[in-house]
Write a protein that binds this ligand. Structure first.
Ligand code: SF4
Length: 664
């Protein structure tokens, strides 16, 4: 999209133009659907009593947001989060896993604050008014409101008694009709993600010898009885989500999945959401199917359609419009569920429909959004404004300033993007770091290429808004925003000519590799050490990773899925991993057979080596996380924002950068 004479449209003018196109696309109803793309075509879910029509085939699957109240009810923040996705053009929104409790006595703090917290809880005592507002918020903005009901995953299938099953079956009926009355038009039952029912479906986990186990029909029984209970109780169509997880021992393969699908169809289930790769710790799966090998997982799930008449929603790490379209075109899936893509950009659908795919905020697969699992709320590392749909609420700056941004990491780039869209004259000064800062450096590590997508996105936006890269602070600068990582502490062991820092190693090219010996000790408390090792291994070095973590959990700072994948890649690259070891001394010798002394958890010491080089991968010190601080440097107003290697911290910084850029 260009302005007069093909020149880039500056700031708000460009933003308004894009926004108009997106808003129009989001408003279009089913009758005006764009025929060229299957993802934009309407589809129906035909229930036993009601039929629901969605305006397009993009489904937002259930994702825990952590936005429920501490009592487990819907909140205004939750309404806003889902409303944004609805305004952004999603056809069907399945509100996050709402946990079914069997009686009011179970609605205690442990139920509300389990693995994903605070989580939504549904029983006869749920706050109907709050639930209704949530359904209304979704519907009033154009999407079909659905809700996913899950049984708490803490329950053990082996230990459950018949009476337990009866209570669950009744509770699902009560919850289904509660959601019905609150105005949800689709009820989904979640039989995946290692919940109670998932464990009853898998041979490996269901060892019961009674009628709820013992053979496939027995293993399917709980799922079928729950489904029948919901179908009988609900006016709305009931759909079921389950996993094709043959990669896991005793999981369902496509044939068994098809038999389950046919059985559920007979039970009155109106559609199925099939998940391919349902666990974060399944490292054999592609992290992202939107790039690289293509939507492999979603295709697997689409294949189950053979013989099944009800619609299939294919789910599994789809990111791009092309990937979603290919899934619909090349498989028998009727719709596609897109989770992280819609976390990163609520207006993904509208942008795809408006033909401005390049405007979609990319998901880089960092899994920083999942800190909702640890008691935080959901959010995106790349998008500091993930609740709002478009840039319409960004106000033109009343007094355009000349602003220098030091550091080109995600926080600095987000600040520059928003500030320049408001009409400020922004110069980004990357300094010694590449575009992308700390995360940009990490994108050069094998397996992390996806991180680079964020910088292409920001680079394009800044070019459109007329922002430039510079080497020095402009003379007329009114404001400096310092978004560089704060300097790390010098560690007592990391002294010597052959000791390098992680930031000076990552991103080196072939010529710069000559300064690094073949045998390298890389020491740090977390995943950065593993990533530096992979980077060096890719250049033919023989790294040894030295971490204080345990062999079970060597990289505690990383999301478990990333940590597992990192270990697998280290093994693949034949890197050595020394756990339970903290460096205390680096001894250099003239023959370059340097030794590293480490202390073990039990207080003993060990000497490792020989090495030619050591890398201190402690990482950049964490910036203070209470918000930006303001100061005056050389007479210029300066706001210190920071950058970090931890995605959780980056997420906060990016959010603050977005807020800050709206107010300067
Ligand atoms: S936090 Fe990371 S994984 Fe999550 S949506 Fe954003 S970019 Fe994707």
């Amino acid at each position: 999209m260009t302005g007069p004479g093909g020149l880039p449209m500056p700031g708000l003018a460009r933003m308004a133009e894009v926004t108009r196109a997106i808003s129009e696309a989001a408003r279009r109803g089913p009758d005006e659907a764009v025929g060229r793309w299957l993802i934009h075509e309407p589809w129906s879910i035909v229930g036993q009593r009601n039929t629901v029509k969605a305006k397009n085939r993009i489904v937002m699957p259930a994702i825990p947001t952590g936005l429920a109240s501490t009592q487990g009810d819907a909140t205004d923040a939750m309404n806003e989060w889902y409303r944004a996705r609805s305004v952004g053009g999603v056809g069907l929104i399945l509100v996050e896993p709402a946990y079914v409790v069997r009686d009011a006595g179970e609605r205690d703090s442990s139920t509300v604050s389990g693995e994903f917290s605070p989580r939504l809880v549904i029983d006869a005592k749920s706050d109907q008014k709050a639930l209704r507002s949530l359904a209304d918020a979704i519907r009033s903005s154009g999407a079909v409101p659905g809700i996913s009901l899950a049984l708490p995953s803490e329950r053990d299938i082996a230990a459950a008694a018949f009476s337990d099953f009866k209570l669950w079956i009744t509770a699902v009926a009560v919850a289904s009709s509660a959601c019905d009355s609150a105005g949800f038009e689709v009820i989904e039952l979640v039989f995946s993600h290692d919940g109670l029912v998932h464990r009853s479906l898998r041979r490996a986990t269901n060892r019961r010898t009674d009628r709820f186990g013992r053979g496939e029909a027995g293993r399917f029984r709980l799922a079928r009885e729950l489904a029948r209970s919901a179908v009988t109780a609900a006016m709305s169509p009931v759909i079921v989500k389950f996993a094709i997880d043959q990669r896991r021992w005793g999981g369902l393969n496509a044939e068994a999945g098809t038999r389950l699908a046919l059985a559920l169809q007979d039970d009155g289930v109106a559609a199925l959401e099939i998940v391919g790769g349902d666990r974060w710790d399944d490292a054999s799966l592609q992290l992202s199917c939107g790039v690289g090998e293509g939507p492999v997982i979603a295709r697997t799930s689409g294949a189950i359609h053979q013989g099944v008449r009800i619609p299939i929603i294919a789910s599994g790490r789809l990111l791009s419009p092309t990937g979603a379209e290919e899934t619909l075109r090349d498989t028998n899936a009727t719709a596609v569920a897109m989770g992280r893509a819609l976390i990163a950009d609520p207006s993904w659908v509208a942008k795809a429909r408006a033909g401005v795919e390049e405007e979609i905020v990319p998901c880089i697969g960092c899994l920083g959004c999942h800190s909702a699992m640890d008691g935080g709320t959901i959010g995106c590392v790349v998008n500091g404004d993930e609740v709002h749909v478009t840039g319409l609420h960004v106000q033109q700056a009343s007094h355009p300033l000349s602003i220098a941004v030091l550091g080109a990491g995600l926080p600095g780039l987000e600040f520059a993007r928003v500030a320049s869209s408001r009409g400020h004259d922004v110069t980004v000064i990357p300094g010694t770091m590449p575009l992308g800062g700390v995360t940009g450096l990490r994108s050069s590590v094998p397996g992390n290429a996806e991180f680079g997508r964020a910088f292409l996105y920001f680079g394009d936006r800044l070019r459109e808004f007329g922002s430039g890269l510079g080497e020095t602070i402009p003379d007329d600068c009114d404001l400096v925003v310092d978004a560089r990582p704060l300097p790390g502490l010098k560690l007592s062991w990391a002294v010597g000519r052959s000791v390098l820092t992680a930031s000076s190693v990552l991103g080196r090219d072939l010529h710069q590799m000559y300064g690094i010996g073949r045998r390298v000790a890389i020491c740090g408390p977390g995943s950065l050490a593993g990533e530096v090792a992979l980077f060096l291994a890719g250049w033919g070095r023989r790294p040894t990773v030295v971490v204080p973590g345990t062999s079970d959990n060597p990289f505690p700072d990383a999301h478990p899925m990333h940590a597992l994948r990192l270990v697998e890649r280290l093994i693949g690259y034949k890197c050595d991993l020394v756990t339970d070891a903290t460096p205390v001394e680096w001894n250099e010798t003239l023959d370059r057979k340097h030794r590293l002394t480490v202390r073990r958890g039990d207080g003993t010491t060990a000497v490792l080596g020989p090495f030619q080089t050591a890398v201190e991968a402690t990482g950049w010190s964490e910036p203070q996380v209470t918000g930006p601080t303001e100061t005056v440097v050389d007479g210029t107003r300066t706001i210190v924002l920071g950058d970090s290697q931890s995605f959780e911290t980056v997420r906060k910084l990016v959010h603050w950068a977005n807020q800050l850029a709206r107010t300067v």
